[in-house]
Design a protein around this ligand. Structure first.
Ligand SMILES: C[S@@+](CC[C@H](N)C(=O)[O-])C[C@H]1O[C@@H](n2cnc3c(N)ncnc32)[C@H](O)[C@@H]1O
Length: 282
């Protein structure tokens, strides 16, 4: 009796999604099992519809047998949306409160985890350039989506985005015109090569990979929101272990460290803007 009740509670959708996630893991090594279930389910169903499928099962066959389909899946499940100077007050706070502290170091390492198509990386590069710090910086921009990383390196974006980005830049306290940092052609803009000169783009998966640099600042914005609690905690531990004492962590404004055991290692620089500083490491 108990077994049949349990069986009835599991919908065919749930079964298909579980099998799909298992296929991703076994065939391609991507583990989504600790992502927040409701939004993950929504994106999987959306992906199957956008691929013209009635059910999720059709996706399973394609990830198993179709070379290259995994990049379509990653693009659908990982939400690589971004914008330059997204949440301008955060960039203003970095400019006013974090960069002056970083200025005391002769070499500054910055890790941007979940960098998507790179808009955030270049926003920070502009901020650092305007603060006269860029030449002392090494930026590591990582994501687990190779196609997104490739686009990030290209630094070519639709020109229609430029208006919003210019407004963001001004609201973030930008000293020039954003147009000083790109050239426009037809419907596209290309950011200046010089913004990329100290950036290393690399694949890094927050589910499975380890710490790889000693950072003075870690930005991981709008990524944890897709993770379940245990995975958020893993990522926060990675950031803590990567930061040197006194280093800064900047999360998305809808994300927080408060729930996590690692929160005790940080103090808030600006709690509302989710900027934290690593205190005494135990
Ligand atoms: C919404 S974008 C955030 C982009 C940027 N940080 C921002 O705030 O504008 C989320 C990014 O997280 C990346 N991501 C999701 N899961 C990841 C994981 N396990 N490891 C590394 N990156 C991941 C996605 O590929 C996507 O590019």
């Amino acid at each position: 009796m108990a077994a049949s009740l349990t069986a009835m509670a599991v919908t065919p959708d749930d079964i298909e999604i579980e099998l799909f996630l298992r296929a991703l893991q076994l065939r391609h090594g991507y583990d989504f099992s600790q992502y927040a279930p409701a939004s993950l389910k929504r994106r999987i169903v959306q992906l199957s519809h956008s691929q013209g499928m009635r059910t999720v099962t059709g996706l399973i066959e394609r990830v198993l047998y179709e070379p290259g389909f995994m990049s379509v899946v990653l693009e659908g499940l990982s939400v690589p949306v971004s914008e330059m100077f997204r949440d301008p007050p955060v960039f203003r706070a970095l400019r006013d409160h974090v960069l002056p502290v970083l200025a005391s170091y002769s070499q500054i390492n910055i890790w941007l985890a979940g960098c998507a198509h790179g808009q955030e990386v270049y926003s920070l590069a502009i901020l650092l350039e305007e603060a006269g710090l860029y030449d002392r910086c090494q930026l590591y921009a990582t994501d687990f989506n190779d196609a997104a990383l490739w686009q990030a390196q290209e630094a070519i974006y639709p020109a229609r985005e430029a208006q919003l980005w210019s407004r963001n830049y001004a609201a973030a306290g930008g000293a020039h015109s954003l147009a000083d940092y790109y050239s426009a052609r037809y419907e596209l803009i290309k950011l200046d090569e010089r913004l990329r000169r100290n950036v290393i783009f690399a694949n890094h998966n927050l589910v499975t990979d380890d710490v790889f640099c000693e950072a003075h600042l870690v930005l991981c914005r709008n990524v944890l929101i897709y993770f379940g609690d245990a995975l958020q905690d893993r990522a926060l531990n990675l950031f803590r272990d990567s930061l040197r004492r006194g280093g800064f962590l900047c999360l998305g404004i809808r994300e927080s460290i408060d729930f996590a055991p690692s929160a005790r290692d940080f103090s808030a620089v600006d709690a509302k803007l989710r900027i934290y500083q690593l205190g005494n490491k135990s």
